[in-house]
Ligand binder design. Sequence first.
Ligand code: HEM
Length: 336
Amino acid sequence: MLKTLISRLPMLVLLASLTTLAAPAAQAQVNPTASSVQEQELMRALQTGDFVAGRVSIPDERAGALIKPGNKGWAGIQGTTLRVISVAAVLVTLTILAAFYAYRGRIRIDSGFSGRVIERFDGIERFGHWLLACSFVVLALTGLNFVVGRWTLLPLVGEDTFGTLSAWFKLAHNFMAWPFMLGLVWVFVTWVGRNLPSKVDVNWLKVAGGLFTRGLHPPAGKFNAGQKLLFWMVILGGVGLSYTGVFMLFPWLAGSPAEWQTYQVIHALFAAFMSVVIFGHIYIGSLGMQGAFSAMGSGKVDLNWAKEHHSLWVEEEVGHGKGAAGKPGAAATPAE
Ligand code: HEM
């Protein structure tokens, strides 16, 4: 017996080694569907609002919650209601602006160009404005792609290009959030002092700034009541977008998934609100009003434009012989 065992020992060792080596290979052959949930079950859970959770290897364990009660309601708001609100808001605003242009045309400088200019915004003010403006435009366009890209861009460029573009848009949206927040703080710090309410604002608002009446120019300081409203809407809207946006970037900070979904809906509503406000602002700062754009372009505006739209500010600057940059006598200079 012993002799037989000894003679078969090499064979037994070989067999034992082969079994050990083969073990990991056998473990790797996992049936991928054996332990997973069937699609129909997931669909049923979605219908009834059951809780379905799996396991994830990323730090945020809550991401393993695949289907949660209440998700269906959020999916409805996110997929339909928010889309309808965003698209309607943009279309209604564009229609109103087109109607206003048809009624009023371009608001001209009634007394014509004087040939003399006055500094309206210095480099620090313009840098903050364009930092905020450029980052907002990128955020708005890339954000709009999340909402309507599938129906607008996809048919134009095809699936492959749309996929690549959307991935880049997503990155741009994530990274442009930071310059936007910096621009927001910059603009707030630079202009908050000039945007506090004052008595003249009441009269300006009563006559709607003369926007609907040719030749009517109610007195205003550096910023009129309409601009002050825009300023505060931009600040509040920007803070709302930034606060909720941080939870989009770092979902685990949001608390529960339901809270994250709430922030997502608020983010989209703020985005629609800001877009509407900014459409109006871009219109009046460019096409809608003669002589306005140069305030943010070269930083200088025609003296007659300034007298018509910001008479109290001109008195402050010229009347006291003080230029916009604080230099005596530097207020109005001949246009180049
Ligand atoms: C992209 C196109 C834009 C243009 C052509 C534009 C143009 C202008 C102009 C000309 C002014 C100065 C008006 C004056 O002299 O009184 C101004 C001011 C201002 N802009 Fe813009 N802007 C643009 C985008 C934006 C965006 C995206 C934001 C904010 C997200 C913004 C926020 C402001 C604020 C807060 C002011 C000061 C208040 C006011 O004048 O209404 N702008 N802009």
